[in-house]
Write a protein that binds this ligand. Structure first.
Ligand SMILES: Cc1ncc(COP(=O)(O)O)c(C=O)c1O
Length: 398
């Protein structure tokens, strides 16, 4: 039998860590490993497998589109890209869109757009105010904008023009604003940072500050977008429209597709300013179109909101019962359970052994991001496994 783990150890760059699961098949909310064991997938990419694994809508779109046209340069018009563009614009507060492949690249495009806007409309302002503990991807700009020092330190010198403030602190943003500030760039809910949900008024206050100071609000909705929080886009949770938004992960349901969207006043690119070989190609945008159409036509966000209440109820009860669980936080189908000590990895491994995939997003927290289409029964089943695993970590005596 082929030892794939040994091949990984021999051939693969050691840039990340893996969980001990060799995935060979996925269907709906379940994954199967090479031994035939099945798992409920509450990790989902993370937050990428929006319609579940190998949803028929995605498989049919891939097969049909592959037979017609897989790739054509952005120097030509292609239909799926324009269908998806229309769908996104008609269902959001934005006027224009550009497609890329990954979340980091979408953020790169958004940041370039802001820089150009600053040059043209704000006397050369270029500085970005970002949040501590944020995650925006792994390109040099994205790690610099991100809030985790260990992701950037090995790669210094870093690009200039980023200042960081604590998340959910409006005054800190105000203090950090100078005549050089061009934009505030943040996740509506911090994902990799541990599912940190800001106060309800935070983004409304940032919106007002941006209007007052003539600076742009850019929201990274790579993780929160496309129905994940119970709204189609998370900015709708707060009633605060950004000037620019990025999407990734869930928009492709598992194929590499991302986008940045902008309001007309800051869509300042002119021909030659940006480009990509693969971004927006027919194969991936056809899938993106079918995924987004499914999410919109079936009002998936409403179902996510309902299921989010089930998750909230059960996790809050866990907090009440277990002294070693101190918080459950999230919206829709993105949640974290936080412990009083660093048992995230132990809980994750115990859940895996019990047939549930979660991830230790922080040393002291696990994250849940199941498919948006998960059935009520699967949701209850996964939560029951998680509760059992967490309760077994220490006796519930509260
Ligand atoms: C909020 C956010 N932005 C950007 C990214 C980067 O996306 P990608 O890995 O597709 O580059 C991620 C990935 O986790 C993310 O959560």
């Amino acid at each position: 039998m082929t030892d794939w783990r040994a091949k990984e150890a021999k051939y693969f760059m050691r840039a990340g860590r893996r969980m001990d699961l060799l995935a060979v098949r996925g269907e709906g909310s379940r994954l199967w490993d090479d031994q035939g064991k099945s798992y409920l997938d509450f990790f989902g990419g993370p937050a990428t497998i929006s319609l579940g694994h190998s949803h028929p809508v995605i498989v049919d779109a891939l097969v049909d589109q592959a037979k017609q046209l897989i790739h054509v340069s952005n120097q030509f018009y292609s239909i799926p890209q324009l269908q998806l563009a229309e769908l996104l614009i008609e269902n959001s507060c934005f006027d224009r869109v550009y497609f890329m492949n990954s979340g980091a690249e979408a953020n790169e495009g958004a940041l370039k757009l802001a820089r150009k806007w600053g040059k043209e409309k704000k006397s050369g302002a270029y500085e970005i105010i970002a949040a501590e503990n944020a995650f925006h991807g792994r390109t040099l700009q994205a790690v610099t904008a991100g809030g985790t020092d260990r992701y950037k330190a090995p790669f210094a010198p870093l690009p200039e023009g980023y200042v960081h403030v604590p998340f959910n602190d409006v005054d800190a943003v105000k203090r950090a604003t100078t005549s050089k500030t061009v934009a505030i760039f943040m996740e509506p809910i911090q994902g990799e940072g541990g599912i940190n949900v800001p106060d309800d008024g935070y983004f409304k206050a940032l919106r007002a500050w941006c209007d007052e100071q003539n600076i742009l609000l850019i929201l990274d909705e790579v993780q929160t977008g496309c129905g994940r929080t119970g709204e189609l886009f998370a900015y709708q949770l707060y009633g605060a429209e950004p000037d620019i938004m990025t999407l990734g992960k869930g928009i492709g349901g598992g194929v590499p597709l991302s986008a940045f969207l902008a309001k007309e006043h800051c869509a300042v690119f002119t021909p030659g300013d940006h480009g990509t070989t693969y971004g927006g190609e027919p194969l991936t945008t056809r899938v993106g179109y079918e995924v987004m159409k499914y999410i919109i036509d079936n009002d998936v966000p409403a179902k996510v909101k309902r299921n989010g209440e089930t998750v909230r109820r059960r996790l809050e009860s866990l907090v009440d019962r277990c002294p070693h669980v101190n918080e459950a936080r999230g919206k829709g189908l993105m949640w974290a359970v936080q412990f009083t000590s660093d048992i995230g990895e132990r809980v994750t491994n115990a859940a895996l052994a019990a047939g549930l995939i979660v991830n230790n997003v922080r040393p002291n927290a696990v994250r849940l991001a199941p498919p948006l289409t998960i059935s009520d029964e699967e949701l209850e089943e996964g939560l029951a496994i998680l509760e059992h695993v967490i309760e077994s970590e220490a006796p519930p005596v509260k």
